[in-house]
Design a protein around this ligand. Structure first.
Ligand code: HEC
Length: 184
């Protein structure tokens, strides 16, 4: 009896979804955090810093005139990716794709993906606070790019890792508190 009932219930459970037109909204798909970090936040922030470093003069100063139009376009594209991906971090977060996957530095920090996941789940408001800090920096950068203010942009980009690390120190390596970022 029970054996016959189960498939019926399972099929019934699927009905509302099918009636609603298939898969749930993509926005509810959890973001795989390690992938966001490795595929977007790290490389695209490096792209911005790279263009700016290439534009420094012999004295290590930056002048808007030394940034080519291609350079500005590359910076704009990288920032757009960073903004879009960071905004996605506001949704459901899964630290790694599969339960057995590891995160960078797991052996040295002693914290596993599951530990990081538990820290995020335990204080989602604090995680979102750091997401918003990052988005605020990106908004500032967007305005500086629009104004072609290379020096202002460099002032932020040069210390962007400190901003990244504010979140890392809270949710990744809590024993290493070096950045002076405000806490929520
Ligand atoms: C809102 C929080 C938050 C912000 C902001 C953030 N990170 Fe992360 N990042 C994490 C967490 C949590 C981990 C640890 C879990 C992991 O490794 O994926 C991590 C891990 C990483 C990793 C290692 C990924 C791996 O496991 O191989 C890199 C690289 C990284 N972040 C780069 C960056 C850079 C660059 C920035 C800034 C442009 C940044 N992150 C901003 C939360 C954040």
């Amino acid at each position: 009896m029970i054996r016959r009932l189960r498939p019926v219930l399972a099929a019934a459970a699927l009905l509302p979804l099918a009636a609603a037109g298939g898969a749930p909204a993509a926005a509810e798909e959890p973001v795989v955090l390690a992938r966001s970090m490795l595929e977007v936040l790290a490389p695209r922030s490096n792209d911005i810093v790279g263009v700016l470093i290439d534009s420094l003069d012999a004295e290590g100063e930056i002048h808007a005139a030394n940034v080519s139009e291609d350079g500005w376009a590359a910076i704009e594209a990288a920032l757009a990716d960073l903004q879009a991906e960071t905004a996605r971090l506001r949704g459901p977060i899964q630290v790694v794709a599969e339960p057995g996957d590891t995160i960078f530095g797991e052996e040295t920090s002693g914290l596993s993906a599951a530990d990081v996941q538990a820290m995020i789940d335990a204080d989602r408001a604090a995680f979102d606070y750091y997401v918003d800090l990052m988005l605020a920096d990106f908004a500032e950068m967007e305005a500086l790019i629009a104004a072609r203010d290379a020096a202002g942009l460099w002032a932020i980009a040069d210390v962007l890792d400190v901003k990244c690390n504010a979140c890392h120190e809270r949710f990744w390596y809590p024993d290493w508190q070096e950045s002076d970022q405000p806490a929520p």
